[in-house]
Design a protein around this ligand. Structure first.
Ligand code: DAH
Length: 376
């Protein structure tokens, strides 16, 4: 060969070949030792990448004479093929191992109970539920909701409602009074929601159709009385309002509220200073050991007081009783909640016992509607 001695060629070739074999076995060992795909990729780049050791050998081919290039080129390419095959075999093994590890780490125990989403974990108190049920039913009949303050004047709580000074009915209310002011007048915690009637008549022009749900207070505490309780008042004032309208409204209300097709009602004469005539309403029911059923049975249960608004009340509120008539009713929200949902002790409603609430409470996303069901 011109320009090169045969000895050198033999030596160079022999050296290059054993060098190549060493390199190949080193790379194959590195491939076998690569413990993950990133390590394997590093080995590949080190061997076959632009600046890799095998690529460097390939780059020397250009400087060789054709004979040498033929043998060495073939040898290097063989080595490259072997390395590529080893790389892809190892890659398959590592991929499979990575998948196995992931599958083992991400196992899901499908037998575990579902965890309730946080938004559904709380419970709506039965009183809030019943409050919503009552307003939903009356809203459907065209009633608006009116409100008044818990701290009232004696005038609105009693006098304008036709409780004369010194009348025994005042004493029956077990009123919580505040200390007298300098002028001798005393504020009080309202003993019923009826003062909201007064506020509504003074601030709105008839026709009036409102319900007034709210907190009320009396100094009384036993199984069926708590110092704070809830009432809902109803008031209708118009030119032709009659007792028949009142009866129809209450009948429709009871059917909707107790979610039965029919409820028999009994209207008994009674006395309230602010109505004339005054009536108390009982509904027919059957008392079982642990439950009450409405719409059947031989028992009667009192649920509310009502009547035609007394002419003195209309006059005190600036309305002419010869032009306007009206009717009103008042009932205990706590009481109808206990009846409907079978609770025995009124005081439990206010004890904030989480176990009691999780039993008697309602799911927060089940909003009562007439179309979708009040207590579904
Ligand atoms: N305010 C009465 C009470 O607390 C309940 C009541 C009775 C309200 C008759 C009314 C009514 O509006 O007409 O005992």
């Amino acid at each position: 060969m011109p320009g090169s001695s045969p000895g050198m060629t033999a030596l160079g070739n022999g050296f290059a070949m054993s060098n190549l074999q060493d390199l190949q076995s080193q790379i194959l060992a590195d491939i076998a030792a690569a413990s993950d795909e990133a390590a394997l990729e590093a080995v590949r780049v080190g061997a076959l990448g632009k600046k890799g050791s095998v690529s460097a050998l390939l780059a020397t081919l250009g400087k060789m004479d054709p004979e040498q290039r033929k043998t060495e080129g073939a040898a290097i390419n063989l080595a490259k093929d072997a390395i590529n095959a080893a790389l892809s075999a190892r890659r398959d093994v590592l991929k499979a191992a990575a998948l196995d590890a992931r599958l083992a780490a991400e196992t899901i125990d499908v037998t575990l109970p579902l965890r309730e989403p946080l938004a559904e974990a709380g419970r709506i108190h039965p009183l809030s539920q019943v409050w919503d049920e009552v307003t939903t039913i009356f809203a459907d009949m065209g009633f608006a909701v009116a409100e008044g303050p818990d701290i009232e004047t004696d005038d609105y709580n009693f006098t304008k409602l036709n409780f004369p000074e010194g009348h025994p009915a005042r004493e029956m209310h077990d009123t919580f009074y505040f200390n007298p002011k300098e002028d001798g007048s005393r504020l009080l915690l309202r003993t019923h929601t009826s003062p909201v009637q007064v506020r509504t008549m003074l601030s709105q022009k008839p026709p009036i159709r409102v319900i007034c749900p709210g907190r009320t207070y009396r100094s009384d505490s036993d199984q069926t009385h708590t110092p704070m309780f809830h009432q809902v008042e109803g008031l209708v004032i118009d030119k032709g309002s009659r007792l028949g309208h009142l009866k129809w409204i209450l009948h429709e209300f009871c059917k909707a509220f107790f979610e039965v097709d029919n409820v028999n009602m009994r209207f008994r004469p009674s006395f309230f200073p602010f109505t004339e005539p005054s009536l108390e309403v009982d509904i027919q029911c059957r008392r079982g050991k642990d439950e009450i059923r409405f719409g059947e049975g031989e028992d009667w249960l009192e649920i509310l007081g009502c009547g035609m608004v007394h002419p003195n009340v209309l006059t005190a509120c600036g309305l002419d009783p010869d032009v306007y008539q009206g009717f009103a009713w008042g009932m205990g929200i706590d009481r109808i909640a206990m009846l409907k949902y079978g609770m025995s002790d009124l005081r439990q409603l206010f004890e904030a016992d989480a176990r009691w609430l999780s039993h008697y409470g309602f799911k927060p996303l089940d909003v009562p509607t007439l179309a979708g069901g009040l207590s579904s």
